[in-house]
Design a protein around this ligand. Sequence first.
Ligand SMILES: Cc1cc2nc3c(=O)[nH]c(=O)nc-3n(C[C@H](O)[C@H](O)[C@H](O)COP(=O)(O)O)c2cc1C
Length: 350
Amino acid sequence: MTKLFYLNTPFSIKNLSVKNRIVMPPMCQYQAKDGMPNDWHFVHYVSRAVGGVGLIIVEMTNVAPNGRISPNCLGLWNDQQRDKFKHIVDAVHAQNAKIAIQIGHAGRKALGTDDVVAPSAIKYDGANEAGERWQYQTPRELTQHEISIIIQQFKQSVQRAIEAGFDSIELHAAHGYLIHQFSSPKSNLRTDEYGQDRFLFGEQVIKAAKSVMPADMPLIVRISAQEYGENGFDAKYGCKMAKRFAAAGADILHVSGGGDGHLSASHTPPFHAGYQVYLARAVKQATQLPVIAVGMLDDHYLADFVLSTGDADLIAVGRGLLRDPYWVLHTPASAALSPFIPSSYACAFD
Ligand SMILES: Cc1cc2nc3c(=O)[nH]c(=O)nc-3n(C[C@H](O)[C@H](O)[C@H](O)COP(=O)(O)O)c2cc1C
């Protein structure tokens, strides 16, 4: 049987040590009320920890109520939310897994609020993560004062995440949400400093996050390294952005794409296995930072191969882990997995 060489090797950066190379990427569950994590989130995340995932990244968790993709999304704008997250974090740690949280703001892609804000008053025209078309509102252009408040909200959410015990923070700068909106020439038509320098907002959020993070805790930044819609920016622009975010303090880049608008036959990624690996490779070469590759990598051998090429340091498996919380334990070369099998289940893997 073909052997897996890389998938089950440990990875470490700063004080984050991950037992294997498998990351559960953030995936919204739309199960929260008032932004609070509940039993659904507990079972959902802890079962992936039992299933051997090395690093779990909690779904997009928002810095303010009007920053949510839906009214059922998670938030981290109060201490009650923080305390509920701590319960999940402690249970994940008990399974010898690491856990990060994706902190974000939906900007013009917010739903269920009357106060939709963005860099410019340009309505989003596109599908959500699940491919459904929604009626988005025309956002209100943020004032500079409001921008500074949102940066503070990011900082406070990061602070609460650290208090809850998370091992790392991921900032959501991808998929057409607020940081991406500032970075994109399509959604940022401002004439002030945030328009003259479209990466400034992202840079300021990164610096604000880092200012409250322990020096030895790595910061992950998720980017869309390329836009897929019409008139979207290319990977060269994405790499320029990645370099800027790296200089601002990102320690790991989680390299995704798109989210900038609806896809048409002439503007769509090919959606083949590993279709975004070339973006991970380009960003890694441009920044020399470790990268997480994502996108249809739920074949164990393919994931191992991508690691072997050096194109990525970690592999995110999204829908594969929704289908199978034990995706890691179902690795074909099962012997290599024995350290990750919970002792209570060992007899089933003999
Ligand atoms: C149900 C669902 C929810 C998602 N929510 C988020 C999210 O909260 N934040 C994010 O950055 N990406 C989100 N994504 C994108 C995934 O993290 C991942 O990039 C995508 O599913 C591609 O990986 P895959 O082919 O392994 O599924 C979501 C995807 C799915 C399927």
